[in-house]
Design a protein around this ligand. Structure first.
Ligand code: PEP
Ligand code: MN
Length: 401
C-alpha cells in the first residue's frame, strides 16, 4: 500500500490491508468463491461513505470528553441486527429508546450524553464453533450474522452478495436515523464490531473506517498479534475493546500499546468495555483500572453488563436484569474507589416489546420466558424497550452527582 495512504506510518507498515499478512484470522469466514468476495468488496469500496471523516472527528471529541469525565457515551442496540427489521418504526423505536435513556443519564450526571446505536452495520457475529450439527445429524455453518448467512438451515452457506445488501441496509438505516435525529435534535452515531476484516478494510478511506462512527474489538478477536488488532491500530475512529474476565493487566497494557501508536494516541481513543460478569468485577477490575491509571493512556471506562451474565433457562439463552444492574453497580464502585467515573454504558436492547431477558420481577412484567413470538433475537437476548428504560433509570440513580 502506498505511503500516502498510511499517512506517514510507513515505519510501522500499516495499511488497510496489512492485516492480511497475519494469515488466516480468528473468526474468518470461509467462502466457496473468493473471487466473488473480492468483487463484492470492490463494489462496496466504490460506494459512498456511510459516515464521513468530519463526523468521526466530531465523535472523537466526545470520547475525549468522556475520558476526562465531562461527557458520557451510551451504546445500545441489537446483538445482531436483522435485515428484515430494517423498518422505519423499528429503527425509530431504537432511536427513541436511546434518546430517552440519554435524557435520564443527563439529568443525573449533568454532563452531555452522546448516543451510539449498535446499528447500521451490526451484521456479523463471532461464534465459538464455525459449524453446527443439527438434530437431524446434518452439519451446517453456524449462523454468523446477516452479512454472512441466514438463520434458516437452507441459507447457511456464506454468500458474499450479502455484504453488498448489508451496505445498502446500513445506508437505509442511517437515512432513517438522520431523519429521526433532525426531528428531535439529538444526534446519533452508528457502531458495530469490527469483525469481518475484508468488509472493514474495503470501507477504509484514507485513515478512516467510513462504515461507522465507533468500532469495537470483540472478546474473541483480541489476540495481540492477530489480524483484528493489526487492522484497528491504523484507523482514526474511536475504538472499543471488550474486556473479559481472563484479561490481565499485562495483556491490557499490551493491547493499549498496540492500538495507540504515537500517531494516533489521544484522550478517549480507546474505550475499555468491561464485560466481566457480576461475580468477577470486584476481583478482576481493580488491578486493570490501576494499571491503566499508571499508564499514559486516557481511556473511557464503559460497562457492558450483558455479555458476562448470560445463562440458559430451559434451553433458552437469557440474562437477568438484576445481574446486569449489579454488574454496573460494582463497576461504578470499583472505578470510584480509584477516583474515576464511569464514562459509558453498552447494552443489548431494542425498542420492541420482546421477551428475551428476565425482568427484576418477572411476575410484575407478567411474562414467562418462552420461545414464542416475543423471543425473536437472532443471537443474544435483548432488553425490551420497557426493560432498557428501567435499567438505565436505575443506573442513572447510581451516577447521580
Ligand atoms: C457482542 O457485543 O455481541 C459480543 C459478541 O461481545 P463480546 O465480544 O464481548 O463477547
Ligand atoms: Mn451479543
Amino acid at each position: 500500500m502506498s505511503s500516502t495512504l498510511n499517512g506517514g506510518r510507513e515505519s510501522t507498515c500499516w495499511s488497510p490491508v496489512s492485516w492480511k499478512q497475519k494469515g488466516i484470522y480468528s473468526q474468518q469466514v470461509k467462502y466457496n468463491d473468493n473471487a466473488t468476495l473480492d468483487r463484492a468488496c470492490a463494489q462496496i469500496g466504490r460506494l459512498p461513505p456511510l459516515v464521513n471523516p468530519t463526523t468521526i472527528d466530531e465523535l472523537k471529541k466526545h470520547f475525549a470528553a468522556a475520558a476526562r469525565g465531562s461527557a458520557f457515551i451510551l451504546v445500545g442496540g441489537d446483538c445482531a441486527e436483522n435485515f428484515d427489521e430494517v423498518q422505519e418504526s423499528i429503527i425509530r423505536g431504537k432511536y427513541s429508546l436511546l434518546r430517552d435513556q440519554a435524557a435520564s443519564i443527563e439529568s443525573a450526571m449533568q454532563v452531555p450524553v452522546h448516543i451510539i446505536g449498535r446499528i447500521a452495520g451490526q451484521y456479523a457475529k463471532p461464534r465459538s464453533q464455525p459449524m453446527e450439527t443439527l438434530s437431524t445429524g446434518e452439519v451446517v455453518h453456524a449462523f454468523r450474522g446477516h452479512n454472512v448467512n441466514g438463520i434458516e438451515v437452507q441459507e447457511r452457506d456464506p454468500d458474499p452478495a450479502r455484504l453488498v445488501q448489508g451496505y445498502l441496509f446500513a445506508a437505509a438505516t442511517m437515512n432513517c436515523l438522520s431523519a429521526a435525529s433532525r426531528n428531535e435534535g439529538r444526534e446519533v452515531w452508528s457502531s458495530h464490531e469490527a469483525l469481518h476484516l475484508e468488509l472493514e478494510s474495503c470501507q477504509t478511506k484514507e485513515l478512516y473506517n467510513t462504515s461507522a462512527g465507533f468500532l469495537w474489538l470483540g472478546e474473541r478477536t483480541r489476540q495481540i498479534d492477530g489480524a483484528h488488532i493489526e487492522y484497528l491500530r491504523g484507523i482514526e475512529n474511536p475504538l472499543g475493546v471488550k474486556i473479559g474476565p481472563t484479561t490481565t493487566p499485562q495483556n491490557l497494557l499490551a493491547v493499549l500499546k498496540t492500538l495507540c501508536p504515537e500517531t494516533t494516541m489521544s484522550d478517549g481513543r480507546i474505550t475499555l468495555i468491561t464485560r466481566l460478569g457480576v461475580a468477577n468485577v470486584e476481583k478482576v477490575l481493580p488491578p486493570l483500572v490501576q494499571a491503566v491509571k499508571r499508564s499514559q493512556y486516557r481511556v473511557v471506562w464503559m460497562s457492558d453488563p450483558c455479555h458476562g451474565n448470560g445463562m440458559v433457562v430451559d434451553g433458552t439463552k437469557t440474562r437477568s436484569m438484576s445481574a446486569m444492574l449489579d454488574e454496573v453497580r460494582n463497576t461504578i464502585n470499583v472505578l470510584r474507589q480509584n477516583g474515576i467515573s464511569l464514562g459509558g454504558l453498552h447494552l443489548e436492547q431494542t425498542g420492541e416489546d420482546v421477551n428475551e431477558c428476565i425482568a427484576y420481577h418477572p411476575v410484575d412484567d407478567s411474562i414467562k420466558l418462552e420461545n414464542g413470538e416475543r423471543y425473536r433475537t437472532l443471537c443474544d437476548p435483548r432488553l425490551s424497550g420497557v426493560q432498557a428504560r428501567r435499567l438505565v433509570h436505575d443506573v442513572a440513580g447510581m451516577l447521580r452527582r
